[in-house]
Design a protein around this ligand. Structure first.
Ligand SMILES: Nc1ncnc2c1ncn2[C@@H]1O[C@H](COP(=O)(O)OP(=O)(O)O)[C@@H](O)[C@H]1O
Ligand SMILES: [Mg+2]
Length: 402
């Protein structure tokens, strides 16, 4: 559906069922899935260009904001709807009704924020709200974009990025569903050759007109939500939430429960390869991962291949989680050349081995639970980081009996 017109990048972010997934495809997936994306990367690598390319698809239903540190929320509101400032000036007795009138008129489906890190926290918070489809005035949320809105932001924050402690880092992790560091997926030599041949103007090109595809994008988002989700994906998502939380008993059984003791209280051979490397994903992140994986599957299908649920889940996990603050930064530094995607690859490798070992038992377990049965022998097969399956299977079996 989406294909960047001016922006060029043939670096492969993933390969699914033989279909290479490029930046353009990942952006396409984020639009279908309605997932907010943050593009991190070096200056001049085409981030703004990519965002501009996306804007072309939304015709006049997109809003472009250039992040500046001297912009306050008033100015932001004014950019969203010029009548806002007037309304805010009339002030005081302005009722929610008037704001509702104004926000109802706001009909943006795509919000682009260039250089987001330049924005002050208050403005950033409002921008994230816009991404999620509403404006907050005096603590009240007014919806915009009639049902579909999505955001894309850019910025180069380099090292700061990994410091989960700073406010910006935390805000990004909390509010952006997908963070892509283009420094690790740089345009290839052939891309820069094509780019230079196409045009020597160093400014971002937003002259190329594109047909308004807003309707098509919203439609494919709706279709994606109807797309069936396999048992395999639900189980994998639960593995990421519960299986990755597992620790041997001597460490209390749970990374989450260890709180700030993770990872420093861990030591010794009892630990598996990823027990000190990664925290479990949050239930919220698991939603993004399934959604992104569904979107990737639909893209793979459109390109004529059979979707591979396991691999699309792992690709989604990789790009939703590399910068989400769940990796142990010290180990990423020491063992993975500071590259969080490499660390994610290692976790994915372990997950693959784990899943292959359990696959038959999982299928047998789901079949058993579907018949309302609980075989102790089969349930006992789920130990350690797969212990979570017991609770799922027992509960599913009980529901069958009711
Ligand atoms: N990968 C790319 N594909 C096409 N054009 C690019 C690419 N990278 C950079 N450019 C061009 O280089 C210039 C700077 O790109 P820009 O999008 O402003 O970079 P950034 O926002 O990452 O700093 C623009 O003219 C843009 O069109
Ligand atoms: Mg830029």
């Amino acid at each position: 559906m989406f294909k960047a017109k001016t922006y060029k990048n043939s670096a492969e972010l993933a390969n699914l069922s033989g279909v290479p997934i490029y930046m353009s495809d990942m952006v396409d997936a984020s639009l279908r899935g309605r997932l907010n994306t943050f593009l991190q990367g070096n200056t001049g690598s085409g981030k703004t260009q990519l965002v501009r390319d996306v804007m072309q698809y939304f015709g006049d239903k997109s809003l472009f904001i250039l992040g500046r540190n001297d912009m306050d929320t008033r100015e932001l509101f004014q950019q969203v709807n010029p009548e806002f400032l007037k309304a805010l000036k009339e002030q005081r007795d302005i009722s929610g009704m008037r704001f509702k009138e104004l926000t109802d008129k706001v009909n943006y489906h795509f919000i682009a924020v260039d250089e987001l890190p330049n924005c002050v926290p208050a403005v950033r918070a409002q921008l994230f709200n816009l991404f999620d489809g509403f404006i907050e005035i005096d603590g009240k949320a007014y919806p915009i974009g009639s049902g579909y809105s999505v955001g894309m932001a850019t910025g180069n924050i380099g090292q700061q990025f990994t410091e989960s402690s700073n406010e910006l880092g935390r805000a990004l992790k909390d509010r952006m569903h997908l963070i892509i560091d283009t420094d690790y997926y740089r345009p290839q030599p052939i891309d820069t050759l094509d780019m230079l041949e196409a045009d020597r103007n160093p400014r971002v090109n937003f002259g190329e007109k594109h047909e308004d595809k807003t309707k098509e994008i919203i439609e494919s988002h709706k279709n994606l939500r109807k797309r069936e989700i396999s048992d395999e994906k639900y189980i994998l998502a639960n593995y990421l939430i519960h299986g990755l939380d597992y620790l041997p008993d001597e460490f209390g059984g749970s990374k989450t429960a260890l709180k700030s003791g993770w990872p420093n209280k861990l030591e010794g051979h009892a630990l598996g390869s990823d027990e000190a490397l990664i925290l479990p994903v949050s239930p919220r992140a698991a939603k993004s991962i399934i959604t992104l994986s569904q979107a990737l599957d639909s893209i793979v299908e459109e390109k004529g291949a059979e979707p591979d649920h396991f691999n699309s889940m792992m690709t989604a996990f990789k790009f939703a989680s590399a910068y989400s603050g769940i990796l142990n930064q010290a180990i990423v530094m020491q063992n993975y050349d500071e590259n969080p995607y490499k660390a994610m690859d290692a976790v994915i490798e372990t997950t693959k081995t784990q899943f292959k070992q359990q696959e038959d038992k999982i299928i047998a377990g789901l079949d058993m639970a579907g018949r309302g049965k609980k075989s102790e022998r089969l349930l006992n097969e789920f130990q350690g980081r797969w212990g979570f399956m017991r609770n799922i299977l027992e509960s599913l079996a009980d529901r069958q009996k009711r």
